[in-house]
Design a protein around this ligand. Structure first.
Ligand code: F6R
Length: 245
């Protein structure tokens, strides 16, 4: 596991974008796993800036997002489809038909999960998966207690996750209670993982991740068993970790 310490959120975003751009430029065909939330926004901004300045092309890139809220359509401003279109896809030359996100308003959500899992594997799996981490250790929307064997599935969102995400909704009540997420097994099949961690509010999660046992009660801990993980974390997130670094 490679841990890169950076000064702050801006530097994390720059380093993460550079990491992704290396793959975009040098792969004939790239399956990129993407995340939403506050953490990757700066990374996406850097990718857009690079696209405007250097014209890096995404024509040979296919993307697979980790998760989507259940019960809302892709046109809903709170959906992750909307987030991705506005934070990234609308601003680069990616073919939108090559951008996949679970459909949260599918009438048969269970089938949507099976189909999404198959879609990822039919495309040959994810080459590089970008991840953020929840303060309870969730990755994707895999909350504590999720089986490490899980494939794409429907989840009940933890109260703490709904509270953390309420900042994007007009009220806490509006935050969906369910979501569809790639499972832990799906994530672990990615050939490479780039985990981004920024801010003081993630320092406990980062400590647990680095020092505690691998356990389903802290889903991100499984990443310690993955052969190719890079973490880019800022000083605030690494505040407890001087000894480790
Ligand atoms: C989002 C996702 C989540 C977030 C996590 C951290 O697609 O999968 O696991 O990465 O909730 O969210 P932020 O970045 O908002 O702190």
């Amino acid at each position: 596991m490679n841990v890169i310490e950076v000064k702050d959120y801006q530097e994390m975003s720059k380093r993460a974008a550079a990491y992704i751009l290396e793959k975009v430029r040098h792969s004939k065909k790239l399956n990129l796993g993407l995340a939403t939330g506050g953490t990757p926004i700066g990374t996406y901004q850097n990718l857009i800036e690079d696209h405007n300045e250097n014209h890096t092309s995404y024509k040979d890139v296919t993307t697979f997002n980790l998760d989507e809220y259940a019960g809302i359509s892709g046109d809903d401003p709170n959906s992750y489809r909307y987030f991705m279109n506005h934070q990234l896809f609308n601003h680069i030359d990616i073919d939108k038909s090559n951008t996949y996100i679970p459909q949260g308003d599918a009438c048969d959500l269970k089938k949507e999960c099976t189909d999404y899992e198959k879609l990822v594997s039919d495309h040959g799996g994810v080459d590089l998966q970008i991840l953020g981490i929840g303060s309870n250790g969730h990755i994707g929307f895999n909350e504590p207690g999720t089986s490490f064997e899980s494939n794409t599935h429907i989840v009940e969102l933890a109260q703490s996750t709904r509270e953390a995400n309420a900042r994007y909704f007009s009220s806490f009540e509006d935050v969906p209670k369910k979501a569809v997420t790639m499972g832990i097994a799906t994530i672990m099949k990615s050939r490479e993982i780039l985990l981004l961690i920024s801010g003081e509010n993630k320092k406990e999660a980062l400590s647990q991740f680095l020092h505690n046992e691998v356990t389903e009660s802290f889903p991100a801990s499984i990443l310690r068993n993955h052969p190719n993980v890079t973490i880019i974390a800022d000083k605030a997130a690494l505040a407890n970790e001087k000894v480790y670094i």
